[in-house]
Ligand binder design. Structure first.
Ligand code: FEO
Length: 402
């Protein structure tokens, strides 16, 4: 018995791999694992779209072999050079011996830099170029910086299937291959987490891409990304596009993220009173203790947050290392979060707040207030924390219409 290909349309198969175990995807905590999707098109030129992460090549080849002898594959199209999709290109090329490998102009360069000689020359295809597979036509669309310079989509004209590499995907390992076999709430949450952690930085490009796709007037029967389920319920996919529009436009909610870590529960206690003040002020408070959640959990929560309230003890004249880690990650993703505040406890030197303020300033986040206390917060400090929460809530309500 072997792993098998899953038909997604006549003569078109999913031949990817399911990574049930991965929990750290280059720093992104993938609570539900992921899939590396690859697709096989049986036509006069048998064509494989994308490969899988290193270690999963046998799975891809075994699934492909359930349909056709892999040695019969003529073409490989590499939509994206990141190693979760191209890391087994050399091994797959060695097994398949394809006639040609295709990638975007930037993809051709990137594959050479990543993998050197993959055992087959890579042919660069330009934006808008078409390739006949026999009865079918593959049309290529560059999607530079979505999310790498090499990224491109492949549209299968006759079947109206868009192979969208990372775009519209999610890190979610499931036995089901299609969106309509899974609950919408789960898909929307995982898609939102994926956008927050992978795509937020490139939001200005998303708006342009959505315009480009709309201008191309593509009729879609299916959207097949490189991670997670394949979209075949186009009503749901329209909602995904609408979500991308809102996330890329940074549509904010009346929501504040209270991010903190703690040594001896003093900063933690302050966080609780600040959150209480935010909620009392009519704004949703999401408390993220870094001892119990990861930097990417925080990023997921930040997707529509209008405020970031950061708290840290001072440790060895610095912010707590977990705060430096999470804030560096958030800064890199360039969340545009207009309202900020800081808080923390210290023993004798107390550099924590000042360093938190520097982080927030570098994220263009206006610090509207702070609370700082030596050792443990007394009643006055806790009252100040609640006041700070109310102040943050008032500012959020001023900026975000109901
Ligand atoms: Fe799934 Fe950008 O790689």
């Amino acid at each position: 018995m072997t792993l098998t290909a899953i038909p997604i349309a006549p003569d078109i198969y999913w031949v990817g791999a399911i990574d049930w175990a991965v929990r750290n995807f280059h720093g992104y905590t993938t609570h539900r694992g992921t899939t590396y999707n690859a697709y096989l098109i049986i036509d006069e030129k048998i064509t494989l779209i994308d490969t899988v992460k290193k270690g999963f090549e046998r799975e891809l080849l075994e699934r492909a072999a359930s349909v056709v002898d892999p040695a019969m594959i003529d073409h490989i199209i590499s939509n994206h050079s990141e190693p979760d999709h191209s890391g087994t290109l050399r091994e797959v090329v060695a097994a398949v011996k394809p006639e040609k490998v295709f990638a975007s102009v930037m993809g051709q360069k990137a594959l050479a830099r990543h993998f050197g000689d993959i055992g087959c020359p890579v042919t660069a295809v330009k934006d808008g170029e078409r390739l006949s597979l026999g009865r079918r036509t593959a049309a290529f669309m560059e999607t530079r910086m979505l999310h790498w310079p090499d990224s491109m989509f492949t549209y299968l004209v006759e079947d109206r299937i868009l192979f969208s590499q990372d775009a519209f995907g999610m890190h979610l390992a499931t036995a089901e291959r299609f969106d309509d076999e899974l609950p919408w709430d789960l898909l929307e949450r995982m898609s939102s987490d994926y956008y927050a952690n992978i795509i937020t930085l490139y939001s200005p490009h998303v708006a342009k891409l959505l315009e480009k796709v709309a201008a191309a007037g593509l009729s879609l029967s299916m959207v097949a990304p490189d991670h997670g389920p394949i979209w075949r319920d186009m009503t749901r996919f329209e909602q995904v596009v609408e979500n991308y529009r809102n996330w890329s436009a940074r549509k904010l909610a009346r929501k504040a993220v209270v991010l903190y870590d703690t040594m001896w529960h003093a900063t933690e206690k302050m966080a609780r009173y600040i959150a209480d003040g935010i909620a009392a002020g009519g704004v949703k408070a999401e408390v993220m203790p870094l001892g119990s959640c990861s930097r990417s959990d925080v990023a997921s929560m930040m997707i529509d947050a209008a405020a970031l309230v950061a708290g840290s003890p001072t440790l060895n004249n610095n912010v707590y290392p977990s705060l430096a880690d999470a804030l560096t990650y958030l800064r890199g993703l360039k969340f545009r979060t207009p309202v900020g505040a800081v808080f923390g406890s210290y023993g004798w030197s107390g550099e924590g707040n000042a360093q938190l303020k520097e982080y927030l300033a570098s994220m263009n986040c206006e610090v509207v207030g702070e609370v700082k206390t030596q050792y443990a917060p007394d009643a006055g400090t806790l009252a100040a924390c609640r006041e700070l929460g109310l102040k943050v809530a008032a500012k959020v309500k001023e900026l975000v219409p109901e």
